[in-house]
Each structure stands twice: as C-alpha cells, then as structure tokens.
Design a protein around this ligand. Structure first.
Ligand SMILES: Nc1ncnc2c1ncn2[C@@H]1O[C@H](COP(=O)(O)OP(=O)(O)OP(=O)(O)O)[C@@H](O)[C@H]1O
Length: 299
C-alpha cells in the first residue's frame, strides 16, 4: 500500500483493561490523513487511554494500532510521525520555556525555527520565564508549542486547550486548521463538543470505553433528534423514563426534552398532563451530543 492512501491512524479491536476496569473496549477506528478528528466523551470514557495506547506508553490488552501504517509498538518509527500534547502538563519547573523547547527540540529533532518563533508570537508566550513561574494556561502554551514545532505528521492532542482563555483558544484553533491544510492530521480529544465543533471534520463519541458513534458534524446535526419545550400548570414531572427521551433540562418554569426518533410516547405522556404550551424545534449540536451521553450521565 502506498503511503498516500495509508490512514493516519488505524485501530483494530484495541482494548485496554486496568484490573477490573475496561478502559477501552474493542475500538475500531480509522482517521484519514489531513483530518481534524474530534475524539469526544465524558470523563473516564477512555480518551486518554486511547492516546496513551497510540503512543505505546501503555500496552494493549488486545487489539492493534498503526500510525501511518507503522505498528505503534515499533516506537522508534511510529514516534517519528507523532506529536503529543497532554492536558495536564508536567514540564521541568526549573527550566525557562525556551530551554524546555530547545531540549525537547533536540530530542525530537527537525524543529522548524521560523515556525517556532511564529508560534511563540501568536500564542503570546514569553519564552524567557521559568516554567514554575508560569500560569497553567501559559504552561499549556509551552506544551502546545512543543507539540507543534516540529510539524509532526500526526498530532495527538489530549484536551489541549485546558487553561487557555477564549482568545488563545481561537488562535490555537486557527493553528490547527493551518496544520491540517498542510496535510498534518490532528486527533483532538475533548469532553466539550463546543471546543472542537468549529475545527473538526469528523467526531467519534466514546462512552464507557465503547465507541458510540463516528460521524461528520453535518451528519450529527441531521440526527433524528427534536427538542420540545413544555410549560405545565403546576409542578413539572421528570420525563427521563419516557421511551425516546435522551436528555432533559429544566429552564425557569419550563422543561426542555430532547427526543430521539418518534415523539409519540412523549406526546402520549403529555396528553395526560396539564400542558400550557408545547413548542418543538431543531436541537443544537450540544443537545444532539448530550443525547449520545444519555440522560443518566448528565451532571
Ligand atoms: N493507570 C490506570 N490504572 C487504573 N485505571 C485506570 C488507569 N488509567 C485509566 N484508568 C481508568 O480507565 C478509565 C478510562 O480512563 P481515561 O483516563 O482513559 O478516560 P478519559 O476519557 O481520558 O477521561 P478524562 O476526560 O477524565 O481524562 C477510567 O475508568 C479510569 O479510571
């Protein structure tokens, strides 16, 4: 198979157990080259475990994975293609940002100095300060620059915008778009759809170690989900046990119910109650997404 049609990332039955905990359950995933791929799921869904498996920092209980056709356990070759940014950054506190970047650059090799300078400027990072004196957001920027500066073919980003302010998040998204336009692949994990929906071509939704869905954002938007806003006379009951109801939210005096598929069971339930008004509308993406999480996982 030629390099140009080899997927950026492929996993086959990838599984990870920690004792009794099944962190990842037979993940089959293909990410094409040049994609910005959102990897979404609530806390504990298995996102970080997947990324650590791709880096071969932890070893699978079953299954296999490849980066640009290279088996991930061939670490020396696979890591030539990979960049990685973790959400909880632990860098050397005594070094300045620049010292850390130079050290990491020598380790990974192939740093594009002009690009490094551009990133420092765009992310508004002062590289002369010691890392221990930096705020969480600024430490995160050092990690982002470190992950990006050698222009890896495949970037694994684990909740990379934790601690960034909205302005910097927008700049980061622009940098990611440009990386993808150059042909780099970006694998971006998050538990917040909002963070990824503007930049991702496709998203996968993971829940309790299982892949629930892989879809383009357009397809996700067209899911068969409707939202009903109901005002009732008197106390509003919970509809979460009604078949088809995937999410429920209280908003002063009204209840907002997301329904997947036929609304018939909800309408039958409402027929027995003192409904003052009922409006239905298209869901926003967050509501579709919450539908996949399921009512019982809502915080
Ligand atoms: N080293 C470990 N030992 C034991 N259990 C672990 C270990 N690492 C992860 N787990 C468990 O595996 C499951 C998946 O965790 P993982 O960190 O991959 O989820 P996540 O989707 O990245 O969550 P978060 O958004 O909170 O980072 C969780 O139940 C977690 O407690």
């Amino acid at each position: 198979m030629s390099m140009s049609c080899t997927p950026a990332i492929r996993t086959e039955g990838l599984t990870k157990r920690f004792g009794d905990v099944l962190a990842l359950d037979h993940l089959d995933l293909t990410v094409e080259r040049g994609e910005v791929f959102g990897f979404l799921g609530p806390n504990g869904a298995g996102k970080t475990s997947t990324i650590r498996l791709l880096l071969h920092l932890i070893h699978p209980s079953a299954g296999r994975a490849w980066v640009l056709g290279v088996p991930v356990d061939d670490v020396a070759r696979a890591h030539q293609h990979l960049g990685y940014v973790a959400g909880d950054v632990a860098l050397w506190p005594q070094l300045t940002g620049l010292e850390a970047l130079h050290l990491l650059g020598r380790l990974s090799g192939g740093v594009d100095q002009a690009y490094l300078d551009e990133l420092l400027l765009r992310l508004d990072l002062d590289p002369s300060r010691r890392i221990r004196t930096l705020s969480k957001g600024n430490r995160q920027k050092v990690a982002l620059v470190a992950g990006l500066m050698h222009r890896p073919d495949v970037l694994l980003l684990d909740e990379p915008t934790a601690g960034l302010d909205p302005l910097m998040e927008a700049e980061f998204q622009q940098i990611v778009r440009e990386a993808a336009a150059r042909g780099q692949t970006v694998f971006l994990s998050s538990h917040i759809l909002d963070e990824v929906e503007d930049i991702c071509t496709r998203v996968a939704i993971l829940r309790s170690g299982r892949l629930v869905e892989v879809a383009t954002l357009d397809a996700l938007r067209q899911r068969d989900v409707a939202v009903f806003e109901i005002v009732m006379d008197g106390p509003v009951p919970s509809f979460s046990d009604v078949p088809g109801v995937v999410a429920e939210q209280r908003v002063d005096g009204a209840v907002r119910v997301s329904v997947h598929g036929s609304p018939q069971p909800l309408l039958a339930e409402l027929g027995r109650r003192p409904v003052v008004s009922l409006r239905s509308r298209e869901p926003d993406l967050e509501e579709v997404f919450l539908g996949f999480y399921g009512v019982k996982d809502r915080r």
